[in-house]
Design a protein around this ligand. Sequence first.
Ligand SMILES: Cc1ncc(COP(=O)(O)O)c(C=O)c1O
Length: 425
Amino acid sequence: MTEPKFETLAIHAGAQPDPATGARATPIYQTTSFVFDDVDHAASLFGLQQFGNIYTRIMNPTQAVLEERVAALEGGTAALAVASGHAAQLLVFQALMQPGDEFVASRKLYGGSINQFGHAFKSFDWRVKWADPFDPASFEAQITEKTKAIFIESIANPGGVVLDIAAIAEVARRHKLPLIVDNTMATPYLCKPLDHGADIVVHSLTKFMGGHGNSMGGVIVDGGKFDWSADDRYPMLSQPRPEYNGIVLHETFGNFGFAIACRVLGLRDLGPAISPFNAFMILTGIETLPLRMQRHCDNARQVAEHLRGHEKVSWVSYAGLPEDPGHAMMQKYCPKGAGAVFTFGLKGGFDAGVTFVEALELFSHLANIGDTRSLVIHPASTTHRQLSDEQKTAAGAGPDVVRLSIGIEDASDIIADLDQALAKV
Ligand SMILES: Cc1ncc(COP(=O)(O)O)c(C=O)c1O
């Protein structure tokens, strides 16, 4: 057979008919634990001499299919599925950082990530330094001898801007740092960061990958190319692990050592496992990812085109519009479409934003993106409320900003709902 294409991988990668029952859909292995063959078998599983299921916090057959599928779609060597996108970020940094270490992150990120990095991570003494997403040199300017990684979103939430991944990857490469890309908004259907020089990809699977707004999940994809043993900066990977009889994870597991470290140290000890049921739901969602994403993008472009001509709208920021400053970047990194999430400005500012979201009928007013349904939020009064005014504006969440996540309903119904709500503003 020829090399399977993306659409084929989305349905088949990692899955086979169930060896025990012949079930064609991947079964939900709803069990906490797995029986050992004998004592030697148990010992070799615990000692990492043999791969196998022990306990669902660490590994489970339903999760394993999801992991193999996402790794195949992103072009990575291995993946680790976890309970949420935030859990994925936590485990990635836990594998890289020691107390007092720093990382450089794009200023345009999902508000929850800004909080996680700027506040929660402080209790581990992991320090974030912010950089201008449009200026790769500003990432370089923030690097010190304590820096352990660079973090960006491929398409930033909520602004919908596409970052110059290759240019930022070049900065990371020059300083021997891994580039971590949150690919939630693009999904591998639109953009594969590993092809542009990223080293690790993370996702909130809760969004477009699962796609139906019904299950939480996250994933870490190991790009397999970063040399964790080049120096002593990443001891979790390059130094003997006392909990595993002195194994050096990078040496033993080579190009999937990072995914193993996140599983056998981070997930094992911190515990944010994905449930088998949620892994099954997300796996089912991924089967239709290419169809859904294309429809999301096509609908979003039509809506953005409509809004940019509307008298109540002061600006539309959607990289899919030819006049948008981000259009060239979108054509380079996401040629099939600019995604489904974008922002626009309402004349009338904060109050107009509140009136507008409350008047919408088809749209659901909630804090999520990447559902089949069209979603709306006014970030300044909700997701980004905790940020200072300066951080809000820097994150693209000023008082007049409305964020849309365009669903896969009929585009004319979506536009009609926006029009009736705009008429009330
Ligand atoms: C771009 C992005 N990254 C990460 C997250 C966090 O994911 P989760 O809510 O699954 O923890 C979100 C959530 O909205 C997101 O939009």
